[in-house]
Design a protein around this ligand. Structure first.
Ligand code: SAJ
Length: 449
């Protein structure tokens, strides 16, 4: 028998148990020091949640202004109040730093950095790679490293593990993947009450990660591997992208059939089982749904598999801004006007209601196409005072009787709850409604997608 392997296994078992025991003790005594890499809409709420549960948290943030705001007890994330930050900073349970050498004093590192797409719609893992290459400079035995950034199945094993080659994963150091499930603006589901999926490189990694997250999150769901955990997140968001794509194609089909797609979906949604409504819209915005499925299709392409649903849904979703512009052209034409020279008001430019986030917002595509056709564009969105687009600067205009009547066409792109529907309906000359905000109101000057 190879005593070498027996020795290593035996040693491994001892060291493995020792590190797990040490980790447990630090959790029980709340002496565990948690590091969050990236204090964005995922990292900041997560760090605050652990601090609220009595753990010492350090946020590692490259943006010195953000780090300074945190240490001045200020939040820059709508979902986290200044008071929540102040309470944790006051108790010396939360701080931010740009000095990444402090990683050496951490017991846990949770990577919450962006995973955007490159210009060619390929995964851009540069933030993740930079993070792990920084971490490994200061990594030490007994640490737990968790990647939360949304990425393709295999990233943890293929990108992170090789960077930690000086350690024995699962014995010296623990490594897991746990998808973020932060829904900006969601008043119901926050960090604490959103179930957390976790997949470790080894059973011990899963066990230690479960132990950690269960200190701050009500329900922790272990899966068999990091790859499974990475795939869970992509299923969740690909599911949405494809079903939104179906709803958008339904809108295009109902347009041809002269049927009200909103009425059809509402009636179908009365089915008490086996149906889940999704709705057409001006296009697919946000930092998750338009992006994440491409991480999956890109990975499958490297395995010679064509993820047809993902690509088809993307084609349809990205055709919706142009469909909206066609509705504007058609509507103005009915008023014997051309887009060229018309004054058009875009109502709501964030990517979804009641938030300010503009990332991938379809409003930007609609504005750019209308500008290219010679329209004079203004917008209104109380969550976004100004907008730089197509080398032009815009300011959100007020919405009142006189301002509305100045426009040849008003396009409802994002139906924020605060908007006064009756004011818009009663004082606009022409309305293109991309969100069924004018539901149940049939007037000649209202055109719905
Ligand atoms: N949209 C439609 N029709 C729909 C639903 C959405 O056109 O029926 C559009 C929205 O207007 C938006 C885009 O799709 O432009 C994305 O909307 P979303 O509701 O998916 O909102 P997101 O992008 O904030 O997605 C997040 C995701 N959360 C995480 O990734 C952690 C998603 O998994 C959540 O399901 C979603 O919030 C949510 O439920 O609000």
């Amino acid at each position: 028998m190879n005593t070498e392997s027996t020795t290593i296994n035996f040693k491994g078992q001892d060291e493995n148990q020792m590190n797990i025991t040490l980790f447990k003790e630090k959790i029980e005594t709340k002496t565990l020091h948690i590091g969050i890499i990236g204090l964005g809409y995922v990292g900041l709420p997560l760090g605050i949640e652990f601090s609220k549960n009595g753990f010492n948290v350090t946020g590692f943030e490259k943006n010195a202004q953000k780090a300074s705001l945190i240490n001045q007890q200020k939040s820059y994330i709508p979902d986290i109040s200044d008071q929540e930050v102040a309470d944790c900073v006051d108790q010396k349970l939360f701080r931010a730093t740009t000095d990444f050498s402090n990683i050496r004093t951490m017991d846990v590192l949770i990577i919450c950095v962006p995973t955007p797409l490159s210009k060619t719609k390929d995964p851009d893992l540069s933030y993740v790679v930079n993070s792990i290459q920084t971490i490994k400079q200061y990594a030490k035995k007994g640490q737990l490293i968790v990647l939360e950034s949304t990425t393709y199945p295999g990233t943890t094993e293929e990108i992170i593990v090789p960077e930690l080659s000086e350690f024995t994963i699962g014995t010296d150091i623990f490594l897991a993947f746990s998808p973020e499930r932060v829904d900006p603006g969601n008043e119901t589901y926050k960090i604490k009450n959103t179930p957390k999926v976790i997949g470790g490189v080894t059973e011990a990694c899963t066990q230690v990660s479960e132990l950690l997250y269960s200190q701050a999150i009500d329900q922790v769901i272990p899966v068999s591997s990091t790859k499974a955990a990475e795939m869970v997140k992509l299923l969740e968001n690909t599911f949405r992208s494809i079903n939104i794509g179906l709803a958008n194609e339904l809108a295009l089909m109902c347009d041809k059939l002269d049927v009200d797609v909103w009425e059809v979906i509402e009636a179908a949604a009365t089915k008490p089982f086996g149906f889940m409504p999704f709705y057409p819209g001006p296009g697919l915005g946000g930092h998750c749904i338009p992006i994440d499925p491409f991480y999956l299709s890109w990975k499958l392409k490297t395995l010679n598999y064509d993820a047809r649903f993902i690509n088809l849904a993307s084609d349809i979703n990205s055709s919706m801004p142009h469909h909206v512009v066609n509705k504007v052209i058609h509507g103005l034409n009915q008023h014997e006007k051309s887009v060229n020279g018309s004054k058009i008001l875009i109502i709501g430019i964030a990517y979804k209601p009641n938030i300010d986030d503009m990332r991938e917002s379809p409003a930007l595509d609609i504005i750019q196409e209308l500008l290219s056709l010679g329209a004079n564009i203004d917008y209104h969105d109380k969550f976004n005072d100004s907008l730089e687009l197509a080398k032009q600067s815009f300011k959100s205009v007020s919405l009142d009787q006189s301002s509305l009547s100045r426009y040849d066409c008003c396009v409802i792109v994002t139906n924020h709850d605060y908007l006064d529907k009756d004011l818009i309906i009663n004082h606009s000359k022409l309305i293109i409604d991309t969100r069924n905000m004018t539901k149940g109101i049939s007037k000649d000057h209202i055109i719905k997608i």
